[in-house]
Design a binder for this molecule. Structure first.
Ligand code: GLC
Length: 537
């Protein structure tokens, strides 16, 4: 599954922002890449306070991205090419310009319109303290005080994310009915499913209790006890969506963005009557170490097997530092964003590791999720000028944390200079592209047998065609420290060297290389390299 971050994929109309026309023009590229499905980030009308994750109308398309008819045409065209289409649904919060929120402001305390959101009276004399101490994910408090229709300072509303993203009240049956209808609206139009934004959010603890200090300081909550993440009541909501999806033929799927790293806890979301799949952020956060990868792979396979759901694997997305840059740093765990300052990254090392990592990931059983541009080996852009930064994290952190724009720079497709055919010649992409990307364009790499793009194409083709990769069979084989070797079925072996020294792995006589991240010397893997071998007859 390939993630299309719509603003930055391809710009058909030349306004500098990616759109549906751009995606349609590049569908043949995606088919040739060898993927099965795309997930498109939100395309709904939005004030773009959080890149479209602030939705003002769930049944329409923002004019910047196209029209509903364009969306329908995209789905038809993708289907004709054998690609399935998932869209992004944002159920935890709406935009503050959504008609429901405008009605909640106008309706005043106690009105039915206010009951669709999480409004509460403030604490302290005059109610001028927030109702509790919850922080917003993007920095600062998670509450904003409103001015009531009579002009007086009034209640507060909850926004776990940006202030422009008021949280819905999922205890209200009207909210539940509305989202079931929204799911049906898009399923009727032929989409193949949904990526569900912060699917572990939604439910808030009764009474909106404070978060105790030790947990504010970072100590984890016991499972199910955080007041607004991963609460037990969330599964019942997912089940109601599953009932909607199951009314449709063609195997429509619900894919959760579930921010839960522990695989046992994660698979609670993946029951035959709940979500079909969820991203594996535990894998994404794994340090560059054989032992750490082995631990997360084992725990993932075991937990998913128990519930009969496909395991999932992911290295990058639009919220995280691009993994070429991450893998080139001394500490390789996932970073959403971090305070400004020099970020050392050895991009040559990071690229080598990224090549090895994709061969590791694509050899595992289950679903693999790719983020646009990783197949080009794009690095994080760390030096975007402050005036172009758009992520709400930048402003909410008092301009100390740059946020996620560095992984969202528009793709370089072809040519020698920006806009690299992201849009028409004269257009200016909404974030500037580095001039050095002339060597990373899709056009340039398609012609280079040793490029990242060629590696992705080769591995994806084998993943589709090799019978052993289409099964669940998986077995570790003994291998030296800091290496991983596993067998898929009887005929395919994947070997990964995560050390900085060449390492020999033992192979049966007659084994031959199917694909490798670096040139091999017999069965010796160079540092930070991986290969697939075919064994047997
Ligand atoms: C998810 C999205 C992220 C967004 C947030 C709030 O984590 O992936 O981009 O900012 O939800 O909707």
């Amino acid at each position: 599954m390939y993630q299309v971050y719509i603003r930055s994929f391809a710009d058909g109309d030349g306004d500098g922002i990616g759109d549906i026309a751009g995606i349609r023009a590049r569908l043949p590229y995606l088919r040739d890449l060898g993927i099965d499905a795309i997930w498109i980030t939100p395309w709904y009308p939005s004030p773009m306070a959080d890149g479209g994750y602030d939705v003002a109308d769930y049944r329409a398309v923002d004019p910047r991205f196209g029209t509903l008819e364009d969306a329908d045409a995209l789905v038809r065209q993708a289907h004709a090419l054998g690609l399935r289409v998932l869209i992004d649904i944002v159920p935890n919060h709406t935009s503050d310009r959504h008609p429901w929120f405008l009605a909640a402001l106008a309706g005043g305390p106690g009105s039915p319109a206010r009951e669709r959101y999480v409004f509460a009276d403030g604490r302290g004399p005059g109610g001028d303290e927030p109702p509790n101490n919850w922080p917003s994910v993007f920095g600062g408090p998670a509450w904003v005080r409103v001015t009531e229709p009579d002009g007086r300072p009034g209640q507060w509303y909850l926004h776990v994310f940006a202030p422009e993203q008021p949280d819905l009240k999922w205890a209200n049956p009207e909210v539940r009915a509305e989202f079931e209808a929204i799911f049906a609206f898009w399923l009727d139009r032929g989409v193949d499913g949904f990526r569900i934004d912060v699917a572990h959010a939604l439910v808030k603890a009764e009474g909106l209790p404070d978060i105790p200090d030790e947990h504010l300081a970072g100590a984890p909550f016991p499972p199910g006890e955080h007041p607004h993440w991963d609460r037990p009541g969330v599964h019942e909501i997912h089940r109601s969506w599953r009932r909607v999806a199951d009314r449709y033929d063609g195997g429509r799927i619900l894919l959760g963005e579930v921010g839960v790293d522990d695989p046992q806890r994660l698979v609670e979301y993946l029951r035959p009557d709940a979500l079909h799949a969820a991203f594996n952020f535990g894998f994404m956060a794994s340090p560059w170490s054989a032992a750490a990868f082995r631990t997360v792979i084992d725990a993932t396979l075991e937990a998913h097997r128990e519930v009969g759901a496909p395991s999932s694997w992911v290295l990058s997305n639009h919220d995280a530092m691009r993994h070429v840059t991450r893998f080139g740093r001394p500490s390789t765990e996932r970073r959403h964003s971090e305070p400004m300052g020099p970020v050392e990254s050895d991009l040559e090392l990071g690229t080598r590791r990224a090549r090895a990592a994709i061969l590791l990931m694509l050899a595992l059983p289950g679903c693999a999720y790719l983020y646009q541009g990783e197949e080009l080996g794009l690095p994080e852009v760390l030096d975007l000028p402050p005036e172009v930064l758009d992520d709400p994290i930048w402003a909410r952190s008092g301009r100390t944390v740059r946020g996620r724009d560095g992984c969202r720079v528009p793709l370089p497709w072809a040519g020698e200079a920006p806009p690299f055919e992201f849009g028409p010649e004269s257009s200016r992409p909404w974030l500037p592209q580095p001039a050095a990307w002339r060597n990373l364009t899709a056009e340039h790499q398609a012609a280079e047998p040793g490029s990242m793009l060629s590696l992705y194409r080769a591995a994806l083709r084998l993943r589709r065609e090799h019978p052993d990769l289409g099964t669940d069979a998986f077995r570790w084989l003994p291998s030296p420290e800091e290496t991983l070797v596993f067998e898929r079925g009887a005929g395919l072996r994947c070997a990964v060297n995560l050390s900085s020294r060449p390492m020999a792995v033992s192979l049966p006589p007659g084994a031959s290389v199917l694909v490798s991240s670096e040139a091999l010397d017999g069965a010796v893997l160079p540092p930070d390299a991986a290969a697939w071998f075919v064994v047997g007859s």
